[in-house]
Design a protein around this ligand. Structure first.
Ligand code: HXC
Length: 259
């Protein structure tokens, strides 16, 4: 898959999408969002891809939406124009397989919001997170005001949104913004390790587990529990359920086929 602003590679069922605009700290313009949407849609449909990693490379994750592109926008442009950022983020969030954000350096504004549409976040110890939009006279408009409070709680999210301050990786870990912090030179290897732990599981079970969590969060608890039960029941129709339980009884690792 050839793109201008991202690099997509697939190896042994693990796909990685690397943002590739290092000259502007991987600032996210419409081209990036369109390419992210296209890549996410393709990787979602490719059954050989089990897990997707999104990264910015070794130095920076992304310093936000491209300010030079936004600077001259009018309210009418923003309100009525295409919404490539929202379409891209939806495509990533809805991918029916685990998505890992692997973060080194700055993850700011839209870059931080991009990490929030991944299922899990693993950060290098040099990572810095923040939503500095308030300092530009705007607010986090790519899901930051909605997804961040759901992830880390309302008070902590508001502090980040109202102050625009950056926090370091250890603080991000403490407040639950990231799952794990690792030394910067081990980020790629640790991300692969996590991806492999997901990739060996049954693809249908992963898909339905992700759906149960994501869809459940949009429902009240009773409806969510009902939805979880439907997903759970459905898995008893898969060969992977038979294999998983048989393997347990035979005291051997399961070999899932994704069906
Ligand atoms: C466009 C950007 C950029 C951005 C950095 N650059 N961030 N260009 N949009 N978001 C460019 C700089 O202009 C500069 O280009 C080059 O990248 C290197 O950046 P420096 O500022 O020289 O680097 P440094 O001094 O190390 O400072 C790093 C930084 C700072 C602290 C991350 O760049 C910064 O504050 N960036 C903006 C962060 C931000 O406000 N993000 C939120 C954006 S709004 P030149 O050509 O000068 O070398 C947003 C809204 C989301 O994300 C809503 C989505 C729809």
């Amino acid at each position: 898959m050839a793109y201008e602003t991202i690099i997509v590679e697939i190896e042994e069922g693990i796909a990685s999408i690397t943002l590739n605009r290092s000259e502007v700290l991987n600032a996210l313009n419409d081209k990036v969002f369109n390419e992210l949407e296209e890549a996410a849609t393709k990787l979602a449909a490719d059954n050989a891809v089990r897990v997707v990693i999104i990264t910015g490379g070794e130095k920076v994750f992304a310093a936000g939406a491209d300010i030079s592109q936004m600077a001259s926008s009018t309210a009418v442009d923003v309100a009525t124009g295409e919404k490539p950022s929202l379409r891209a983020f939806k495509a990533i969030e809805n991918m029916p397989k685990p998505v890992i954000a692997s973060i080194s350096g700055f993850a700011l504004g839209g870059g931080c919001e991009l990490t929030l549409v991944a299922d899990v976040r693993i950060a290098a110890d040099n990572a810095q997170f923040g939503l500095p939009e308030i300092k530009l006279g705007i607010l986090p408009g790519a899901g930051g005001t909605q997804r961040l409070p759901r992830l880390i709680g309302i008070g902590r999210a508001k502090e980040l949104i109202f102050s625009g301050c950056f926090i370091a990786a250890d603080e991000a870990l403490r407040i639950g913004l990231v799952n794990k912090v690792v030394p910067a030179d081990q980020l790629a290897a640790e991300t692969q390790k996590m991806a492999k732990r997901f990739a060996v599981q049954g693809a249908v079970a992963l898909r339905l587990a992700k759906s149960a969590v994501n869809e459940g969060l949009r429902m009240d608890l009773e409806a969510g529990l009902e939805y979880e039960h439907k997903c759970f029941s459905l898995l008893f129709a898969t060969e992977d359920q038979k294999e998983g339980m048989k393997a347990f009884m035979e005291k051997r690792p399961a070999k899932f086929l994704g069906k």
